[in-house]
Design a protein around this ligand. Structure first.
Ligand code: 13P
Ligand code: SF4
Length: 303
C-alpha cells in the first residue's frame, strides 16, 4: 500500500504543487517540503514560484502573504486554524484609528499581521530586514511600528531611530525569562546564545547574536563553537542539526514552542493536496492595497 509520504509526493506532482514550510514546523513536515525557510525566505519563494498550487505549512498570515504575492496560484493552508498569537482581531480597527490620528506618519507592519493591516501599512518588514526597512525611511518622518514592540525596540537599537512601537508581542518568545536564560548559560558555559528579536529587550541583552531564524542558522554554520543555546522556537533545531553535524544545540527553555506552528500534520497536507482545500484567498481590494507594502519591502532587501 502507498504510504502517506509517497502519496504526498505523487499528489504534489499531479497538482503541480510546491510545499513551503516555515522552520518552526514539525520535523516530518520540514522533511517533505520543497523549501523551508523563515518568513522572508518563504515570501520570496511564493513570489517567484511557477507552481500552480502553494501548500503553505505555517500560520495564516504567512499563507495570506503568499496569496498576496502570487494571486494567480491556489494557496492552501492545511492547518486552517493555525493563527499567530501576536495579534488579535481588534488590531485592524485599532490601526485604522491610529492612522487617522497620525496621518503623516510612516506605518511599518511586521509581516506577522493580518492582510487587512498590511493594506493600511506603508511598508512591511520581517525579522530579517526590520532595521533595513526602518533605515530606509527619511529621517524627518515619524514612524509607527506594529505589532511587535520587541522587534520594534530591536530595530530602534540597530538604527538609532525613535518610533512609536505597538505593544504587541509573541507569547512564545516573550515567555523566555532572564532567569531561565541564566540557568541555561550556567549549564552550558561559553556556549553562544543565539536569539530571535521577538524576545524581551532585557533578555536580548544577554544574547551573543540576535537575528531572524535564517540569521541564527547562518551564525551557527559559520561559528567555531561546538555548543549553542538557542532562544527561539524549537522547530529550528532540526535545520540547525542537519546543517551543522557535530555541533550541539540546546534550547534555552523547553516552553519555546508555538502551538499553532505544530498544527500541520502529514494527513492534513495530503488531504489539502487531494481536495485543494482549505484555501486562503485574500479579497481583491485588500490584496491591491497590501501588495504595495510587501513589494516595497522586497525592493529594499532584494526579491
Ligand atoms: P521569522 O521572520 O524569523 O521567520 O519569524 C517568524 C515568526 O513567526 C517568529 O515568531
Ligand atoms: Fe506568531 Fe510567535 Fe507563533 Fe511566530 S512563534 S507564529 S510570532 S505566535
Amino acid at each position: 500500500m502507498e504510504d502517506i509520504i509517497d502519496e504526498i509526493l505523487r499528489l504534489k506532482k499531479e497538482r503541480k504543487a510546491i510545499v513551503l514550510a516555515h522552520l518552526y514546523q514539525p520535523q516530518e513536515i520540514q522533511e517533505i517540503a520543497d523549501y523551508t525557510g523563515d518568513s522572508f525566505g518563504l515570501s520570496r519563494q511564493a513570489a517567484g514560484t511557477d507552481a500552480e498550487v502553494i501548500v503553505f505549512c505555517g500560520v495564516k498570515f504567512m499563507a495570506e502573504t503568499a496569496n498576496i504575492l502570487a494571486p494567480d496560484k491556489i494557496t492552501l493552508l492545511p492547518a486552517a486554524d493555525a493563527t499567530c498569537r501576536m495579534f488579535t482581531d481588534s488590531l485592524t480597527g485599532e490601526v485604522a484609528q491610529l492612522r487617522k490620528e497620525k496621518p503623516d506618519a510612516v506605518f511599518v507592519a511586521y509581516v506577522n499581521t493580518p492582510a487587512a493591516v498590511k493594506a493600511m501599512a506603508d511598508i512591511c518588514c520581517t525579522s530579517s530586514n526590520a532595521a533595513a526597512v526602518v533605515a530606509s525611511i527619511p529621517e524627518d518622518k515619524e514612524i509607527v511600528f506594529l505589532p511587535d514592540g520587541n522587534l520594534g525596540s530591536f530595530a530602534e537599537e540597530q538604527t538609532g531611530r525613535r518610533m512609536t512601537c505597538w505593544k504587541g508581542g509573541c507569547p512564545t518568545h516573550m515567555g523566555l525569562t532572564k532567569e531561565e536564560l541564566a540557568a541555561a548559560k550556567a549549564k552550558y558555559p561559553g556556549a553562544p546564545v543565539l536569539m530571535h528579536p521577538e524576545c524581551r529587550p532585557e533578555v536580548r541583552a544577554m544574547a551573543d547574536y540576535v537575528g531572524s531564524t535564517t540569521g541564527i542558522i547562518k551564525y551557527a554554520e559559520k561559528s567555531d563553537a561546538s555548543d549553542f543555546i538557542i532562544a527561539t522556537e524549537e522547530g529550528v533545531l532540526y535545520e540547525l542539526e542537519t546543517r551543522c553535524p557535530g555541533k550541539h544545540f540546546h534550547l534555552a527553555a523547553r516552553h519555546l514552542l508555538c502551538p499553532n506552528m505544530k498544527k500541520t500534520t502529514l494527513e492534513k497536507v495530503r488531504d489539502a493536496l487531494k481536495t485543494l482545500e482549505p484555501r486562503v484567498v485574500v479579497p481583491q481590494d485588500v490584496r491591491e492595497k497590501s501588495v504595495a507594502a510587501l513589494e516595497k519591502m522586497l525592493a529594499i532587501t532584494g526579491k
